[in-house]
Design a protein around this ligand. Structure first.
Ligand code: FAD
Length: 456
C-alpha cells in the first residue's frame, strides 16, 4: 500500500457517534479545519442501532400495553400487535434505511470534511485512514464508542445470535427469544418483544436485574416483566450455547435449559483500543477505556469522549463531554467534567430513572447515609392513574451535608420525574429547601415530597 505524505489539518475526530459528531461539527463551525473519520454511519450507535430506534420500539410496545389497560377504566379494547409498522418506521424515519447521507451533508454544511474508513492513530497527532494520513496541528479527538460485548460462552461463537444491531434491524418477529443479560438494553428489548407476543426469557448471571442500580429497581423491573409474560432466570450462569433446527439452547449447571428461536446477547459493551493504535501515543492498548482527566485530555494534543472514556455509556454523557472538549480545544473557559449528577434512565414500563449515587455506593464512600422512600401507587396521582401505576421514589442523602447525593424515580414518566432530582443532586440543594418548596398536585413528582418526609 502506498502511504501518501501526511496532510496538515487542525483537528481529526476519530469516530462520529453523537459526541464525535457534535465536537467535529462545532470545531468546524468555529473555523478550524476538521476531518471527521467514521467507519460505519455518521451518527454512530444512537440513531441507527441504539437510543432512537429502540425508543420507537418502546413507544409502540407501550401503546399496546396502554390499550390493554383500557378494560375496567375506559371500556374495552382489542389489541392486535403488528411489527410491520414498527420496522417500517425504524427504517424510514429513524435510520433512513441505515443511510447517513443527510448527516454527512449536515456535517459538511458546517465546514467539516468527512472521511469514511477505519482510522488508526499513527503517532502523536497523526491519524491514518487507509492510505490517507492526517497530521493534526491542534487536536486528535478519540470518540470511537463501544460495540456489543459477546461473552466467551462455549458454543456461542459462530451461531446466528443477535446483538443490538440485528434486534433493531428486525423485519419480523421470532416466535420466542432468549435475552442474555439483565441490564437496561436487555430488559428494554425483552419487554418490547414480549408485548408484541414473543415468548421471551431473560438470563442474567447476577442475582439482580439492573445490577448497577438500586436493588428496588431490579425488583420492580422483575415484577413488570413477569406481568408482561417474560420469564426471568437470574443468578444463572450459562455454560454452553447450542444451536440447531429448533433454535438456541442455553444450558445452565443445575437448572433446566433455556430455549428460544432467537438469542439476543446484551451482556454489556466493549472497546477495542488496540485497533485504534493507542500504543503509538503511549497509551495501554489492553485497557478497557481511555483514561482522561476532567477536561477529557488523554495526552498532549489528544482528547477522548463518549463511551470510550468509560464514564457512562450514554448519549448525554458523550454530548456533555463533547462540549467540554470543544471549549478546551478552543481555549475557552468552562467548568471541568463533573459526573456527580449523572442521570440514567431504563426505558422499561415503568420507567426507571436514577441520578448520582445508589445507597450502597454512598455507604461505600463512608457518607452518613439517610434514605427516604415513597410508593407511587400510594400517591394521589398514582392512585388516580391505577393500571400501570407501579413505581417508587428513593432518595439518598448525605446527612452531614444535608443534601441529596442520589435518587431513583421509577414509575410512569419516571425518567421525566428524574429532572427535579437531578437538579437537586447537581445543585446540592439543601434537603431543607426541598422540603419547603411547593410540588404541583396531583403530579407523579409529588412522591418526591413524600420521600423527603421519609428521610431517616
Ligand atoms: C440498544 C441501545 C439503546 C440505547 N439507548 C440509549 C438511551 O436511551 N439513552 C442513552 O443516553 N444512551 C443509549 N444507548 C447508548 C448510546 O447509544 C451510546 O452511549 C452512544 O451512542 C455513545 O456515543 P459515542 O459518541 O461514544 O459513540 P458511538 O455511538 O458508540 O459511535 C462511535 C462511532 O465510532 C466509529 N468508530 C469506531 N472505531 C472507529 C475507527 N477506528 N475509525 C473510524 N470510526 C470508528 C463507530 O463506527 C461508531 O459509529 C443505547 C445503546 C444501545 C446499544
Amino acid at each position: 500500500m502506498t502511504v501518501r505524505a501526511a496532510e496538515r489539518v487542525d483537528v481529526v475526530v476519530l469516530g462520529l457517534g453523537p459526541g464525535g459528531e457534535e465536537a467535529a461539527g462545532r470545531l468546524a463551525e468555529a473555523g478550524l479545519s476538521v476531518v471527521g473519520v467514521e467507519q460505519r454511519l455518521l451518527g454512530g450507535e444512537c440513531p441507527y442501532w441504539g437510543c432512537v430506534p429502540s425508543k420507537m420500539m418502546i413507544r409502540a410496545a407501550n401503546l399496546l400495553a396502554e390499550a390493554r389497560r383500557v378494560d375496567g377504566l375506559a371500556g374495552q379494547a382489542t389489541v392486535r400487535p403488528d411489527w410491520a409498522p414498527v420496522a417500517a418506521r425504524i427504517r424510514a424515519e429513524a435510520t433512513d434505511d441505515w443511510d447517513d447521507r443527510v448527516a454527512v451533508e449536515r456535517f459538511e454544511g458546517k465546514g467539516g470534511r468527512f472521511v469514511r474508513g477505519h482510522g488508526r492513530l499513527a503517532g502523536p497527532g497523526r491519524v491514518a485512514v487507509g492510505e490517507q494520513v492526517f497530521q493534526a496541528g491542534r487536536a486528535v479527538v478519540l470518540a470511537t464508542g463501544t460495540t456489543a460485548a459477546v461473552p466467551p460462552v462455549p458454543g456461542l461463537a459462530g451461531t446466528p445470535y443477535w446483538t443490538n444491531h440485528e434486534a433493531i434491524e428486525l423485519p419480523s418477529l421470532p416466535e420466542s427469544l432468549v435475552v442474555l443479560g439483565g441490564g437496561a438494553i436487555g430488559l428494554e428489548l425483552a419487554q418490547v418483544f414480549a408485548r408484541f407476543g414473543v415468548r421471551v426469557s431473560v438470563v442474567e448471571a447476577l442475582d439482580r436485574l439492573l445490577a448497577q442500580e438500586e436493588p428496588e429497581s431490579g425488583e420492580l423491573a422483575r415484577v413488570a416483566l413477569a406481568r408482561d409474560g417474560v420469564t426471568v432466570h437470574s443468578g444463572v450462569t450459562v455454560d454452553r450455547v447450542g444451536y440447531g433446527a429448533d433454535g438456541f439452547t442455553l444450558t445452565t449447571p443445575g437448572a433446566a435449559a433455556v430455549r428460544g428461536r432467537a438469542l439476543l446477547v446484551a451482556t454489556g459493551r466493549r472497546t477495542d483500543l488496540a485497533a485504534l493504535g493507542v500504543d503509538t501515543v503511549g497509551l495501554d492498548p489492553a485497557a478497557r477505556a481511555i483514561a482522561v482527566d476532567d477536561r477529557l485530555r488523554a495526552g498532549p494534543g489528544l482528547w477522548a469522549l463518549g463511551d470510550v472514556t468509560g464514564k457512562g455509556a450514554f448519549t448525554h454523557v458523550s454530548m456533555y463531554q463533547a462540549g467540554i472538549v470543544v471549549r478546551d480545544i478552543l481555549g475557552q473557559d468552562g467548568p471541568p467534567a463533573d459526573y456527580r449528577a449523572l442521570p440514567r434512565v431504563t426505558f422499561t414500563d415503568p420507567e426507571i430513572g436514577a441520578v448520582g449515587l445508589t445507597e450502597a455506593q454512598a455507604r461505600e464512600r463512608g457518607l452518613a447515609v439517610r434514605v427516604g422512600h415513597a410508593q407511587v401507587p400510594a400517591s394521589a396521582r398514582g392512585w388516580i392513574h391505577k393500571a400501570g401505576n407501579e413505581g417508587f421514589v428513593k432518595l439518598v442523602a448525605d446527612a452531614d451535608r444535608g443534601v441529596l447525593v442520589g435518587a431513583t424515580s421509577a414509575g410512569p414518566a419516571g425518567g421525566e420525574v428524574l429532572a427535579g432530582l437531578a437538579v437537586a443532586v447537581h445543585g446540592q440543594v439543601p434537603v431543607d429547601t426541598l422540603r419547603h418548596m411547593i410540588y404541583a398536585y396531583p403530579t407523579f413528582h409529588r412522591a418526591i415530597e413524600d420521600a423527603l418526609r421519609d428521610l431517616r
